[in-house]
Design a protein around this ligand. Structure first.
Ligand code: NDP
Length: 404
């Protein structure tokens, strides 16, 4: 019998992350999908006090969620627990292109680089499929009318692999762009690369109010598709005013009795079609001009949010069991600080050919796009970055590049 038990739901990218961590170590696990099963859902809440998935048990002990599993992985504890042999790579291998990230930008870059016979290596990061995989539907990716965003990302990955891209579930922890070939360090390896394409995307912004950390997973969530099921027939709030918040709100109306969308202004930023759906949904109520000042709770999790009306300064307590936060994103550029030029908001600065300030290092997708942040733009810039990387390699190897 597997020593690891993992509770999941359908369409849960954090569950996929946890399974990938286990899979990358060759650790077998038993998966229990609680989707639609109220008994199992209540059992998890009783066993762990949590209202989110994944929840992971090793040898019967609750170890927590994907972040807790990640900590065990980083500290080396997981290897010890399961006697996993660590790979020792001396960093002598030189790759043509290393692509960091596995959203639409990363996979499009991988497809183009693979078709150019560059045998790219994609280091996926923890969340294969990036932000797209975390959304509940995708209606504006031209040519794709499939079931789910995860399906789109799976197709992208398979297409890149079919042409020779190597996909590795691992996390880059350090980059050295001062030497060439560039040096890339991951959890498990040190690798050299002639060129690097950064497609690390962006992550959900935190609200940074009291109670947010404390009740994370116990009512506070950043993923409606993962955790919506825990809030059946309950009153919940969503914070935000743009497309992501609108999508989360509409998705949550499938489960909740009421969804209150709390927005800090008197006008939504989200697109017209989302606004129309919100205004026409009788389960949705929009609380205008309001900010969340505190998330309150008790030993059972979230009980209320304290709101402040920014125009009148009036404070109100709004009872709720769940707080879904969708207030935009921050670029994943921590490891590039001091190594590449970033703008004042932390985005990588690129020119119109996806070049960063370091020759041979390119960036594509949301990590360098503060304006559009659309999957289609990410894929387009990923393809462009791969074409540029191909030309760069031809140049440093004194080979003629076709067409230029
Ligand atoms: P955005 O950056 O577009 O919007 C963030 C929202 O959160 C804004 O409404 C903002 O308010 C609000 N906000 C920011 N900080 C706070 C705070 N501290 N407290 C309260 N509210 C706050 O983020 P999104 O994630 O929604 O979208 C990112 C990009 O992805 C956009 O380009 C969007 O169009 C795209 N997207 C597209 C989707 C699609 O299906 N086409 C789905 C999801 C996203 P304010 O308006 O006052 O600034």
């Amino acid at each position: 019998m597997a020593r690891v038990k993992i509770y999941t739901t359908d369409s849960c990218p954090y569950c996929v992350k946890a399974k990938n961590i286990l899979g990358s170590k060759g650790i077998e696990y038993e998966e229990i999908n609680i989707h639609g099963n109220e008994e199992l859902r209540d059992e998890i809440e009783k066993l762990t006090g949590r209202r989110d998935v994944p929840q992971i048990f090793i040898d019967g002990s609750h170890i927590g969620d994907d972040d807790d599993l990640e900590e065990l992985r980083v500290s080396g504890e997981l290897d010890k627990m399961f006697s996993v042999e660590t790979q020792n790579d001396n960093g002598s291998e030189i790759r043509n292109v290393i692509i960091i990230g596995s959203g639409p930008a990363g996979f499009a870059a991988a497809l183009y680089a693979a078709r150019a016979s560059l045998k790219p290596l994609v280091i996926t990061g923890n969340e294969i499929g990036g932000q797209v995989a975390k959304t509940n539907d995708i209606e504006n990716y031209p040519g794709f009318q499939g079931e789910s965003p995860t399906e789109l990302m799976k197709i992208m990955q398979e297409q890149a692999e079919r042409f020779g891209a190597e996909i590795r579930f691992d996390m880059v922890t350090e980059v050295d762009f001062e030497q060439h070939p560039f040096k890339i360090t991951t959890y498990d390896l040190k690798i050299l690369a002639k060129s690097v394409i950064i497609a690390t995307g962006a992550s959900r912004r935190k609200l940074k109010v009291p109670g947010e950390e404390e009740f994370s997973g116990r009512g506070v969530s950043y993923c409606a598709t993962c955790d919506g099921f825990f809030f059946q027939n309950r009153t919940i709030v969503v914070v935000g005013g743009s497309d992501a918040a609108a999508k989360e709100t509409l998705f949550l109306t499938r489960f909740a009795s009421e969804v209150h969308l709390i927005h800090r202004r008197d006008r939504l930023r989200s697109g017209a079609i989302f606004q129309e759906h919100l205004f026409n949904n009788e389960k949705v109520d929009i609380v205008w001009d309001s900010i969340v000042e505190e998330i309150q709770g008790d030993e059972n999790g979230v009980t209320a949010v304290r709101l402040k009306n920014v125009k009148t300064s009036e404070q109100t307590i709004h009872p709720t069991k769940g707080v879904f936060i969708a207030i935009g994103v921050v670029p994943n550029t921590e490891i590039f600080q001091g190594k590449l030029e970033l703008n004042e908001n932390g985005y990588i600065i690129t020119d119109h050919r996806q070049r960063t300030n370091v020759p041979g290092v390119f960036a594509a997708g949301d990590v360098q796009d503060q304006i559009y942040r659309q999957a289609i733009m990410a894929a387009g810039t990923g393809a462009a970055a791969a074409v540029e990387a191909e030309e760069y390699i031809a140049e440093i190897e004194h080979r003629a590049y076709p067409g230029r």
